[in-house]
Design a protein around this ligand. Structure first.
Ligand code: UT7
Length: 323
């Protein structure tokens, strides 16, 4: 018997406040045409009022639970991928646990920046296949609007806020690529590249800090590393690009998404794209794209997906799963 971590529910939350590219014009030296042509981004959502990473994560989790027909009492573990937890500690995941009214199970955060959801999904899969948990909520949630330097045109126009969640359940499979659920994972990091993308604050500075990025340097690494990790994950799953129904990439830049699809020999018709509406939501981007892709009718039960991401660290990875 092979245990598989199968998606039984997906959900997302986007703040009501939508900020179009044009709103940056006049505040910094940029324009809609530059942002669209260099990144593919047209608008993004920003939190307002009392919204935080944990409140958005809870809303996404409730949507995933509702779709699965489950309650918080059915959940054994919550793994929340985020680099923008409400506080330094406790984890945002335990805040979600409390907001869901759970007195059961355990919860923790995973921090691998934009690749965080891939790392969280891989950890959730490990908990399930090792028999430590039967149902795991895997969430990606971010409030990058809180770490933007609004005077820096090279970063402030790129990021957005939001959350997405999957509910995974242990189910028996046959051990073949025909099984539903996570079929393989591939995780990587290389800390030598820390200066390419980081936040210049934390306990060592006593400030929250602002995101700093050498965008064109990150770009150089992205297509190559994303295609390579996706290929490794497909090899491990025993599938090829011909078998893939949908690529669900991290939504940082349409040109990276197009370049990676091309390298994988996959058509853009097979790629779920949300970057135009969400901007780069870091660890939230993949679960947002999965949930929106399902809502649009693109991703259907039984479809074979490859999902990949890269971000600060550098950290990058991929997961192959059958929906
Ligand atoms: O999610 C985590 C991983 N992050 C990523 O994957 C991001 C990867 N990088 C990127 O997506 C792209 O590198 C960017 C969208 C960030 C930038 O695009 P680019 O084509 O690499 O542009 P660039 O950084 O090489 O900048 C080109 C020019 C520069 O001007 P000069 O030096 O050529 O005169 C920039 O100063 O564009 C200028 N520029 C802008 N102009 C108008 C930078 N930001 C802006 C802006 N508006 N907002």
């Amino acid at each position: 018997m092979t245990l598989r971590a199968v998606v039984i529910g997906a959900g997302h939350y986007l703040p009501e406040r939508v900020v179009e590219n044009a709103e940056f014009e006049g505040k910094i030296d940029t324009d809609d045409a530059w942002i669209r042509s260099r990144s593919g981004i047209e608008r993004r959502h920003f939190v307002s009022g009392d919204e935080t990473t944990s409140t958005m994560a809870t809303a996404a989790a409730l949507a995933a639970l509702a779709q699965a027909g489950k309650t918080p009492a059915d959940v054994d573990a919550i793994i929340l991928a985020t680099s923008t937890a409400d506080l330094t500690f406790p984890s945002a995941a335990t805040m979600v646990q409390a907001q869901l009214g759970m007195e059961n199970g355990f919860a923790f955060d995973v921090q691998a920046v934009c690749a965080g959801f891939i790392f969280a999904l891989s950890n959730a899969n490990a908990l399930i296949v090792s028999g430590q948990a039967k149902r795991v909520l895997v969430i990606g949630a971010e409030t990058f609007s809180k770490i933007m330097d609004w005077t820096d045109r090279s970063t402030s126009v790129l990021f957005g806020d939001g959350a997405g969640a999957l509910l995974l359940e242990a189910q028996e499979g046959t051990g073949t690529p025909e099984d539903r659920g996570v079929l393989s994972t591939d995780l990587n990091s290389d800390g030598r590249y820390r200066d390419l993308l980081y936040v210049d604050g934390g306990v060592s500075t006593g400030t929250t800090g602002y995101l700093r990025m050498q965008g064109n340097q990150v770009f150089r690494h992205a297509v190559e590393k994303l295609a390579s990790t996706a290929t490794t994950a497909m090899d491990r799953a025993g599938v090829t690009a011909d078998d893939i129904d949908w690529v669900v990439p991290h939504q940082a830049n349409i040109r990276i998404i197009q370049g990676t699809a091309k390298k994988l020999n996959l058509s853009m018709d097979q790629v779920v794209v949300t970057v135009q509406d969400h901007g780069n939501t870091s660890a939230a981007s993949i679960p947002l794209a999965l949930s929106v892709g399902q809502e649009r009718g693109q991703i259907k039960k039984g479809d074979l997906l490859v999902t990949e991401a890269i971000g600060g660290g550098l950290a990058w990875g991929a997961v192959v799963l059958r929906w």
